[in-house]
Design a protein around this ligand. Structure first.
Ligand SMILES: [Zn+2]
Length: 328
């Protein structure tokens, strides 16, 4: 973003008016928009700057009250003070704009075997930084780990999904990636059975991607499209036992309504695709819809949902039931 674009955003958000903004070189200067909360009196002698750096990144800083951060954070932080939805949305849109891939980090995790890291993460992605900083526990620790074991998932399974543990909110957290490997969100599952057991994290857009294994070997030939992370983990565990993990890849869409972005990504891969939603009314409807949208865009799409035992989710399948459903 250049200085003109930055200026447009500042003016569009009403942070100052055209007459009071000073532009020079790669900086804007105006009165601190946080002043009514963070300064004593107004900021009549402007101490607030927005800078555009050589690499295209923009930052803000107030020499009066010390507020500083990336340009998009100016809007999200200000929205917290002012309660403005419009500012929050602008900040989120800008954040998405800025989260273009840059430096690639490859990671190899130790422990069980030597898994191959195949999804890519980018260290300049603000969303990824937020996730990695706030949820540093790469291995799910108790009580989350205990909970997953109780539900029949082994530690290798949740490690393969890159699960994290959210200590503050007592949640098991699943990262959401596009099929091309861009981190777009995170979905958290509380340990109880309350109504709001699933929660998508602030600022993340889970409908742009999938919950799916991040560590695996081999080339994928088939996708199994499922509704939720637990469905994907159950399939993965069964596929591991059948020696098909990675060749067949479960991908969860976070709900039973597939998004246009998800369809577009699957189309790019041109693989055989099985739809396996929950065999209930909502699941059947969603599966039907997904099948209809996909069948003309991938070489072969099959809806296996009604082959599941009535009212069962993929997550509830025993190994033999899973085998029967995929006709092995
Ligand atoms: Zn200030």
């Amino acid at each position: 973003m250049d200085l003109n674009q930055v200026t447009d955003y500042v003016l569009a958000a009403g942070l100052t008016d055209k007459l009071s903004i000073q532009k020079n070189n790669n900086h804007l200067k105006f009165s601190c928009p946080f002043a009514q909360w963070t300064h004593e009196g107004s900021d009549a002698n402007p101490s607030f700057t927005v800078s555009v750096h050589d690499d295209g990144a923009s930052t803000f800083r107030c020499f009066g009250c010390g507020q500083k951060g990336k340009f998009w954070q100016l809007f999200t932080t200000l929205s917290i003070y002012s309660g403005s939805d419009q500012l929050r949305e602008m900040g989120q849109a800008l954040m998405a704009e800025e989260s273009r891939p840059s430096t690639l980090i490859s990671r190899v995790v130790g422990g069980l075997g030597t898994p191959q890291y195949v999804r890519e993460v980018y260290d300049m992605d603000p969303l990824w930084n937020w996730f990695d900083t706030n949820l540093p526990n790469a291995t799910v620790c108790n009580p989350g780990g205990h909970y997953l074991i109780q539900r029949g998932f082994d530690s290798r399974t949740w490690r393969d999904f890159g699960c994290r543990w959210d200590e503050r909110d007592n949640r098991v957290v699943f990262p959401v990636y596009t099929l091309a490997g861009k981190f777009v969100g995170a979905s958290g599952r509380t340990l109880g059975e309350d109504d709001n057991k699933w929660k998508h994290y602030w600022g993340t857009r889970t409908e742009l991607g999938f919950v799916s294994p991040v560590y695996y070997e081999g080339e994928t030939k088939t996708y199994i499209l499922v509704e939720g992370p637990f469905d994907a983990m159950r399939c993965w565990q069964h596929l591991t036992k059948l020696g098909l993990a990675g060749i067949v890849m479960p991908v969860a869409i976070s709900g039973c309504s597939i998004s246009r972005e998800q369809i577009d990504q699957i189309e790019l891969e041109q693989l055989l695709t099985w739809v396996m939603f929950d065999n209930d009314t909502a699941g059947n409807k969603g599966a039907n819809q997904a099948h209809k949208l996909l069948e003309r865009r991938v070489p072969c799409c099959e809806d296996l949902t009604e082959k599941l035992p009535p009212n069962k989710d993929p997550n509830e399948l025993q190994l033999h039931e899973f085998r029967e459903t995929i006709s092995l």
